[in-house]
Design a protein around this ligand. Structure first.
Ligand code: ADP
Ligand code: MG
Length: 366
């Protein structure tokens, strides 16, 4: 999961050791016995459970002040705690089965717990995902879900199966959640907005025009905040893309960095150096960002994080099937570029030409 706050490296972390290098160096064990069909490095691990379906497993940990603001509505927090995990199942094309919930709570506040559980179970019920266990302790607020799903292994949407000339597609709209975080951080609190006034600007205090532009109109900020606090996991889309998409990832850390994961893993798995080109004009920037300058809209869409949309690669010949799959689940898709048979990530913009796309996505240790 990405985070709402700037990370500070814990003492003892070697300078320059990033999140993914840390995992690779200390937790990926070369030559270890491999019982998993798919181990560390994808949205879920896949385990052969003996039948025709594999078990898909993923864990996400959410910490106060790092993944969510301390004053978040508990119902939204319950929703998001499960949503980010269901999103990893979606990215695998897996069907939700069950989850466990580990909680550290500063106190046992019945009103808080009722709202948290309400948000959690509303989403769980919508996806037929059953809570089967967990752990509860007193401590600084922390929430950890492990989610289990099922997928026939040959149909799993792995990150490492993209092929040269595949189309790149993304669901929904990008950038709103990251913009909401930026507004909240710069204002220090959620700006007071004129409720019910569609034209009403949010009060950016004494900070002046620039802050007001960044803060935006009330409806835009409310929409962006909803994207941040109540992401909709694209489970139905993941299921509909089984047998159609070659590779998929959910966008938790920003499109550029998440695309880099797909390209890196697909290159390694195929033995061919792959890259990708993204068409700037095709990026579905969230309309909540309409008032921002074009360069900022692009930056939030490419590097923002917390979108929880699906990015996937599919063959050109499957375009009609892809569009039909999206229509079947009521989602809009954008065809944003392609996988190239040469290394590097590129951004093509009609105005500025083709430039290197920097895969600077969220990393907890950078
Ligand atoms: P996602 O964004 O899909 O949740 P991450 O980027 O957090 O995935 O993690 C990348 C990969 O590394 C995943 O396969 C995840 O399961 C694995 N991973 C993360 N932390 C650890 C760890 N401490 N030990 C083993 N595997 C880990
Ligand atoms: Mg993921």
């Amino acid at each position: 999961v990405s985070a709402d706050r700037g990370p500070a490296a814990p003492s003892g972390t070697a300078p320059g050791l990033g999140e993914f290098e840390l995992i690779r160096r200390y937790f990926v064990r070369e030559g270890a016995p491999r019982r998993a069909t798919l181990g560390i490095g994808d949205d879920c691990a896949l385990l052969d459970a003996g039948g025709t379906e594999s078990l898909a497993v993923s864990t996400d940990l959410l910490l106060e002040d790092r993944h969510f603001f301390a004053d978040v509505d508990p119902e939204s927090l319950g929703h998001k705690t499960l949503a980010v995990n269901l999103s990893d199942l979606a990215a695998m094309g897996a069907r939700p089965l069950a989850f466990t919930l580990a909680l550290a709570l500063p106190s046992a506040d019945p009103r808080w717990l009722e709202r948290f559980a309400g948000g959690l179970f509303a989403l769980a019920d919508a996806h037929g995902c059953e809570l089967i266990g967990g752990d509860t302790t007193r401590g600084p607020l922390a929430l950890c879900v492990t989610v289990l799903g099922t997928v026939p292994p040959a149909l799993a949407l792995r990150r490492d199966r993209a092929r040269p000339n595949d189309d790149l597609w993304v669901s929904g709209a990008l950038g709103a959640a990251a913009w909401a975080v930026a507004v909240r951080r710069s204002a220090g609190t959620w700006p007071a907005c004129e409720a019910g006034d569609a034209q009403g600007d949010c009060d950016a205090g004494d900070a002046g025009d620039d802050a007001r532009r960044r803060t935006g109109a009330a409806p835009a900020l409310a929409a962006a905040r909803a994207r941040l606090e109540r992401p909709a996991p694209r489970v139905a889309l993941g299921l509909a893309l089984r047998g159609i998409a070659h590779a998929a990832i959910d966008l938790s850390d920003g499109l550029a960095g998440d695309l880099a994961h797909v390209v890196e893993r697909s290159s390694r798995a195929s033995g061919a150096a792959l890259g990708a080109t993204v068409e700037a004009a095709a990026l579905p920037v969230d309309p909540a960002l309409d008032a921002l300058p074009p360069a900022e809209r692009l930056a939030f869409a490419l590097g923002g994080g917390d979108d929880y949309e699906l990015l996937f690669a599919a063959p050109v010949a499957a375009r009609e099937s892809v569009i039909a799959a999206a229509a079947g689940v009521g989602l809009t898709l954008s065809r944003i570029g392609r996988i190239d048979p040469r290394p590097g990530l590129r951004l093509h913009d009609a105005r500025t030409g083709t430039t290197e796309l920097h895969a600077r996505s969220f990393d907890h240790f950078r």
